[in-house]
Design a binder for this molecule. Structure first.
Ligand code: DCT
Ligand code: MG
Length: 512
C-alpha cells in the first residue's frame, strides 16, 4: 500500500532551505501544485508537526514550513476557529482571510486518499460549534470522533480493550522502532495503540476511525491491512526480522537495554542461550542477576503473587515505621492481574522521611535470606528544583530495584511465605520476583503516586498536556506553574488533576 512516489527532482523551494533543516532529509516531487499547506504547531507540538509535514511531502503535497502569502490551506489540530484567528493576527501576512482554515481531519482524509480531498464544510473551522465529523451509527450512538482528545489523560481507558488485534500489532511496530531508536515513529504507534484501547467499540472498517486524532498514515495502513487481510504484512515482517527477534530476547533480560543489545547483536549473538554460553561477555551486577533468575523473571507476576509480596513489604516496613504508608502502584494499582514487576511507594506523615528506612528494610530481608538482588539508588532531589521537562526522565527519589525470593504456596495449600529453605534446583519451591520500592517525602506523595501508577503513556500525555496546554511543568515530584512561577501543592491525585484543569481519571481508567 505504498503510495509514495520518490523523485530525484529537487524543487527550488527545498533548495532554498538551510542545511540544518531536518526536513531536508528527502526531496519529493510536488504533485498538487494548487495546494500550499501550512500546518500550525500550536497545540500539536514540533515533533508531530514535522512528522505530518514529511508525510504530506512524501505524498506529493506542497507544505511550507513558514506561513507566507503563497499558503492556501492552514491546518490546525485541537484549535478552535477563534484560536486560529487569534494566532493569525500575530503573524506577518498581508491578508489572512484568503486562507482556508481546516481541521486536521481534512489533512488526515487527504493522506488517507493520497490526494487532496474537497475542503467541504465538515472539515472547515467555523465560528459556530462544529457538527460531529463522524455521524455515529446505531451501535455506537454516543461516540463522537471530533470530541476525542489527542491526550490520553483526557480519555478514560479501562482494561476493556475492544481492539487488541490492532493494539498488539501497533505495540510490536513501536517496539521495533524503539530497538531502532526511532523515537518519533515509536511514539506514533504507542499513541495510536493508546487511542484504540480507549475506543468503546471494535474497529471493523476504516470509517470507524474517521476524524480520530493520533492515527497517522503508517498506523492507518496497518489498520487497513488488518481489516482487509486479517493481519498486517508489516508486523509479520518485523516478527520475522532477525534483528527484532534478537533484541526482543536480549531486552527480556533484567538490566539489558537497547544499547547493550546493539553491542551483542554486532558481535553476532542472537539468542539468550548464546548469551548465557558466552563466558567472555562483561556483565553488570544487574545483568548477572537477570541471567541467574531469567526463567522466573520472564514469567509474569500474578495478582496473587503481588498480594503476597504486598504483605511482606507492609510487614517489614511497619516493624521500622509503624505509621508508614505503603501503596502498591504500577499496573496492579490500575487493576491489571499480571505484571512484569511489583511497584511500591512508601511514605510517612512525619515531618521528614527516614533516609535509613529503605536500607533497614533491605538489610532485614538480606538477613532473612529473602533478598536475591538489590540495586540501591540514593535520592538526588534538591529543594525548589524545577520539574524535569523530559517526558521519560527518571525521578530523584531514593529507591531500590530488588529481586525477592517468594515461596510458592505448597501442595498442602499453605499460603505464600518467604523461603528460608536451601535451594535445590530440582524441587525449587520459590520464585524470583522483581520489586521496585520508592520512598517519597510526604508532601510529594500525591505526585509520586500519580507518576508511578502510570501507565507510561498516560504519564507522558499528562506531562505533555501540562506543558502544551497549561504552561506548567509536571514530574513525579511536583507541578510548577511557569506563568505564576510557583509550585502547586497537592495532597491527593484529585488535587493535581484540578490544578491542571482536568477531569479526575481513576487509576483503573489510566490504562492508556
Ligand atoms: N515510572 C516512573 N518513573 C520510572 C519508572 C516508571 O514514573 N523511572 C512509572 C511509569 C509506569 C509506572 O511507573 C510503573 O512502571 P512499570 O512497572 O514499568 O509499568 P507497569 O505499568 O507497572 O507495567 P508492568 O505491569 O509491566 O509492570
Ligand atoms: Mg510495574
Amino acid at each position: 500500500m505504498d503510495r509514495i512516489k520518490a523523485s530525484a527532482v529537487i524543487s527550488p523551494r527545498k533548495r532554498k532551505r538551510g542545511l540544518h533543516s531536518p526536513e531536508l532529509s528527502h526531496s519529493y516531487e510536488i504533485k498538487y501544485t494548487k495546494f500550499v499547506i501550512f500546518i500550525m504547531q500550536r497545540k500539536m507540538g514540533m515533533t508531530r508537526r514535522m512528522f505530518l509535514m514529511e508525510l504530506a511531502r512524501r505524498k506529493g503535497f506542497r507544505v511550507e514550513s513558514e506561513l507566507s502569502d503563497s499558503v492556501t490551506h492552514i491546518v490546525a489540530e485541537n484549535n478552535s476557529y477563534l484560536e486560529v484567528l487569534d494566532w493569525l493576527k500575530g503573524q506577518t501576512v498581508s491578508d489572512s482571510s484568503r486562507f482556508e482554515l481546516l481541521d486536521i481531519s481534512w489533512f488526515t482524509a487527504c493522506m488517507e486518499a493520497g490526494r487532496p480531498v474537497d475542503s467541504e464544510m465538515k472539515y472547515r473551522l467555523m465560528e459556530q460549534c462544529q457538527s460531529p465529523l463522524n455521524t455515529p451509527e446505531s451501535e455506537e450512538p454516543s461516540f463522537i470522533a471530533r470530541k476525542v482528545s489527542q491526550y490520553s489523560c483526557q480519555r478514560k481507558t479501562t482494561l476493556n480493550n475492544y481492539n487488541q488485534k490492532f493494539t498488539d500489532a501497533f505495540e510490536i511496530m513501536a517496539e521495533n522502532y524503539e530497538f531502532k531508536e526511532n523515537e518519533i515513529f515509536c511514539l506514533e504507534f504507542l499513541r495510536a495503540a493508546s487511542l484504540l484501547k480507549y475506543l468503546p467499540f471494535p474497529v471493523t472498517r476504516m470509517k470507524d476511525i474517521q476524524g480520530l486524532p493520533c492515527l497517522g498514515d503508517h498506523v492507518r495502513d496497518v489498520i487497513e491491512e488488518i481489516i482487509e487481510e486479517g493481519e498486517s504484512s508489516k508486523v509479520k515482517e518485523v516478527l520475522n526480522d532477525e534483528r527484532y527477534k534478537a533484541f526482543k530476547q536480549f531486552t527480556s533480560v533484567f538490566g539489558v537495554g537497547v544499547k547493550t543489545s546493539e553491542k551483542w547483536y554486532r558481535m553476532g549473538l542472537r539468542t539468550v542461550e548464546e548469551l548465557k554460553a558466552d563466558k567472555t561477555l562483561k556483565l553488570s551486577k544487574m545483568q548477572k542477576a537477570g541471567f541467574l533468575y531469567y526463567e522466573d523473571l520472564v514469567s509474569c507476576v500474578s495478582k496473587a503473587e503481588a498480594d503476597a509480596v504486598t504483605l511482606i513489604v507492609k510487614n517489614t516496613v511497619s516493624t521500622f515505621l509503624p505509621d508508614a504508608l505503603v501503596t502498591i502502584t504500577g499496573g496492579f494499582r490500575r487493576g491489571k492481574n499480571m505484571g512484569h514487576d511489583i511497584d511500591f511507594l512508601i511514605t510517612s506523615p512525619g515531618p521528614r522521611e527516614d533516609d535509613e528506612l529503605l536500607h533497614k528494610v533491605v538489610d532485614l530481608w538480606k538477613k532473612q535470606g529473602l533478598l536475591l538482588y538489590c540495586d540501591f539508588i540514593e535520592s538526588t532531589f534538591v529543594e525548589e528544583q524545577l520539574p524535569s521537562r523530559k517526558v521519560d526522565a527518571m525521578d530523584h527519589f531514593q529507591k531500590c530495584f530488588a529481586i525477592l525470593k517468594l515461596c510458592q504456596p505448597g501442595a498442602d495449600n499453605s499460603s505464600y511465605s518467604t523461603s528460608k529453605k536451601l535451594d535445590m534446583a530440582e524441587d525449587k519451591d520459590w520464585k524470583a520476583i522483581r520489586v521496585d520500592l520508592v520512598i517519597t517525602p510526604f508532601e510529594q506523595y500525591a505526585y509520586a503516586l500519580l507518576g508511578w501508577t502510570g501507565s507510561r503513556q498516560f504519564g507522558r500525555d499528562l506531562r505533555r498536556f501540562a506543558t502544551q496546554e497549561r504552561k506548567m511543568i509536571l514530574d513525579n515530584h511536583g507541578l510548577y506553574d511557569r506563568r505564576k512561577r510557583i509550585f502547586l501543592k497537592a495532597e491527593s491525585e484529585e488535587e493535581i488533576f484540578a490544578h491542571l484543569g482536568l477531569d479526575y481519571v481513576e487509576p483503573w481508567e489510566r490504562n492508556a
